[in-house]
Design a binder for this molecule. Structure first.
Ligand SMILES: Nc1nc2c(ncn2[C@@H]2O[C@H](COP(=O)(O)OP(=O)(O)OP(=O)(O)O)[C@@H](O)[C@H]2O)c(=O)[nH]1
Length: 187
């Protein structure tokens, strides 16, 4: 049975150069961008099917934040879900991830933040400074899903997982926090 595509807007946040644009461009255009160009702000569109439901996604790629960034109002209006990204080779980006979450939490308050945490660049094995366990622990403290990803190595799997997870969080929150089994496509 055909159902209408649901419009949802997702915001990517995190420190500079962690791979926000790369993950999004992999998702939207299936390609890896090797050169680094700082983002100002960009919005991408992509249709995506998850749990039998079509989604019309608007994905906003923000300029990288740091601990001093002030979040504009537009980060809080009409946003359905947040993807906070750090890179596993950067201690600083891990700290900024917590910082970004704290600011979102302050703004969103009691309702909770529909968020996932992504440790990107897991292909950089020799340069890793943040373990999987540390990432998981931070996400657990937010009661949020966690995954590690790479926009470079096996990216199709990574980006699919990122978007499956954030859509799952959004859907769960829209259903009043109750896990909807029929839309639960994650193992
Ligand atoms: N090895 C590796 N490099 C990556 C990965 N993802 C991104 N990069 C590289 O990291 C650099 C920064 O990537 P961007 O996607 O521009 O990072 P960003 O978070 O959007 O950066 P801002 O626009 O400054 O916020 C680029 O040179 C990418 O090629 C990854 O998974 N693995």
């Amino acid at each position: 049975m055909a159902t209408h595509a649901k419009e949802r807007k997702i915001l990517f946040m995190g420190f500079r150069s962690v791979g926000k644009s790369s993950l999004i461009i992999q998702f939207v255009e299936n390609q890896f961008v090797d050169n680094y160009e700082p983002t100002i702000e960009n919005t991408f569109q992509k249709t995506f099917k998850s749990g039998g439901q079509d989604f019309n996604l608007q994905v906003v790629d923000t300029a990288g934040q740091d601990e001093y960034s002030i979040m504009p109002q537009s980060y809080f209006m009409n946003i359905n879900g947040y993807v906070i990204v750090y890179s596993v080779n950067s201690e600083k980006s891990f700290k900024v991830a917590q910082n970004v979450y704290d600011k979102l939490r302050d703004m969103k308050g009691e309702l909770g933040v529909p968020v996932i945490l992504v440790g990107n660049k897991k292909d950089l094995r020799m340069e890793r400074v943040i373990s999987f366990e540390e990432g998981k622990k931070m996400a657990d403290s937010w009661k949020a899903p966690f995954l590690e990803a790479s926009a470079k190595e096996n990216p199709v799997h990574s980006v699919r997982e990122v978007f499956e997870k954030i859509i799952h969080v959004i859907t769960t929150q829209e259903n009043g926090g109750v896990q909807n089994k029929s839309s639960c496509v994650l193992s």
